[in-house]
Design a protein around this ligand. Structure first.
Ligand code: CAA
Length: 389
């Protein structure tokens, strides 16, 4: 086994099998096409259907609702394998599973779970999580989009931003203000809603033109007096902000796994290229300048994975892992940016060209330091943990 890959021999047979299945599928059906999807900004519809057949849309859906019910570590290792082939495919499934599936499982009524989870497990329903707005990025509690009661209905208005899967999600799990302008309740004035995207008045904008993850659709979602019944409130009124931050613990771990996959792919390319590329009469891997870079790259990837695995074990032991999840995301994503930058450097001039894979990996790595909480937000969360109230 290569020292670049995760050590999985201590997992049980079924866990190992699913990680291997993800690796084989990712390398055979995804990796060879990812550059084309990126260039053409094309969502890989057929591959997503195959991933649904393999059960990967239901990785975190409990078995009782038709999902795989994977433990945290196996789930993250699958996301890493997918990201090694294509970071955009990985985030589509990470957002769907870590955020909407988790929130429905934790806070949904029986009827809501029955309605959504089996279809989400089969991939018939793709879900998005919608929190951010133009004026509410890092300051998530500054949400302005509203839900106002009208008899036994709610009327939703406002505009959400940067919604991953926003162009094709069937279900939007959305955080909205439910307090009134006369009595603002801060983060306790927000409620989570289950918004089917085909409800009249829900309008997705055109996909953003992004630096990376170009085959995954990121859009605005506007709400024009959208009418929903009370059955669409998820959990308790006023608890939405807490539900969001709670789910983001796993979301951030998913992004860490994605970053590890991106970094690993760039290292694998750099190692191969180092052995092929000849300069000054020998392969560049024989120069210490290159060897030391590669050694640092693999060490940072392994350290990221070790931190993430420890956090996953803590989740399985029922611990709240907020600060650990932030540490894992911070370290893995900043490492991914560093590692992909080194990979471009190993490739030299070729690394700067779109024809070579490390250029895309470098672009894809950047967003991992931004979404699901910037590196700066992760540092706020971690530092708060050092001075608990
Ligand atoms: N689990 C459970 N509860 C939690 C929690 C967690 N992990 N974190 C916080 N809470 C609770 C707190 O205990 C508090 O509860 P009380 O009301 O009982 O006191 C409440 O939630 C509010 O928490 P804070 O006081 O910490 O809230 P804050 O306003 O100070 O948060 C912040 C500040 C940490 C910067 C937060 O706003 C934040 O994380 N911002 C970043 C937002 C973000 O990550 N956005 C990502 C968008 S989603 C996305 O990118 C997905 C995608 O499509 C890829």
């Amino acid at each position: 086994m290569s020292i670049i890959e995760p050590f999985i021999s201590d997992l049980d047979e079924s866990q190992q099998e699913i990680v291997r299945l993800a690796r084989e599928f990712a390398q055979k059906e995804i990796a060879p096409y990812a550059a084309d999807w990126d260039r053409e900004k094309r969502y890989p519809e057929a591959v997503m259907r195959q991933l649904a057949e393999l059960g990967f849309f239901g990785m975190r859906v409990p078995e009782a609702f038709g999902g795989l019910g994977l433990d945290t570590l196996t789930y993250l290792l699958v996301l890493e394998e997918l990201a090694t082939a294509d970071a955009a495919t990985s985030i589509t499934l990470s957002v769907h599973n870590s955020l909407p599936v988790s929130m429905l499982t934790a806070h949904g009524s029986d009827a809501q779970k029955q309605r959504w989870l089996p279809a989400m497990a089969k991939g018939e329903v793709l879900a998005a999580f919608s929190l951010s707005e133009a004026g509410a990025g890092s300051d998530a509690a500054a949400v302005r989009a509203l839900a106002v009661r009208d008899g036994d209905q709610w009327v939703l208005s406002g505009e959400k931003a940067w919604v991953t899967n926003g162009d094709r999600a069937n279900l939007l799990v959305m955080l909205l203000r439910t307090d009134s302008p006369e009595s603002r309740l801060g983060h306790r004035g927000m409620t989570m809603f289950l918004v089917p995207s085909d409800t009249p008045g829900v309008v997705s904008g055109k996909p953003e033109d992004k630096m990376g993850l170009r085959s995954s659709g990121t859009t605005t979602v506007a709400l024009h007096d959208v009418r929903l019944s009370g059955e669409h409130v998820l959990g308790k009124e006023g608890e939405g902000f807490r539900y969001a931050l709670q789910a983001l613990d796993l979301g951030r771990m998913g992004v860490a796994a994605q970053a590890i996959g991106i970094a690993r792919a760039s290292l694998e390319h750099a190692v191969r290229y180092g052995a092929e590329r000849q300069q000054f009469g020998k392969p560049i891997k024989d120069f210490q300048a290159i060897r030391f870079k590669l050694a640092d790259m693999v060490s940072r990837i392994s350290a990221s994975r070790a931190l993430l695995s420890e956090t996953a074990r803590a989740v399985e032991n029922g611990m709240r892992v907020t600060e650990r999840a932030s540490m894992a995301k911070l370290f893995a994503t900043e490492s991914a940016m560093w590692v992909t930058n080194q990979a471009v450097q190993v490739y030299g001039g070729y690394g700067y060209m779109r024809d070579y894979p490390v250029e895309r990996l470098f672009r894809d790595a950047k967003v991992t330091e931004i979404y699901e909480g910037t590196s700066e937000v992760q540092r706020i969360v971690i530092a708060r943990g050092l001075y608990p109230k």
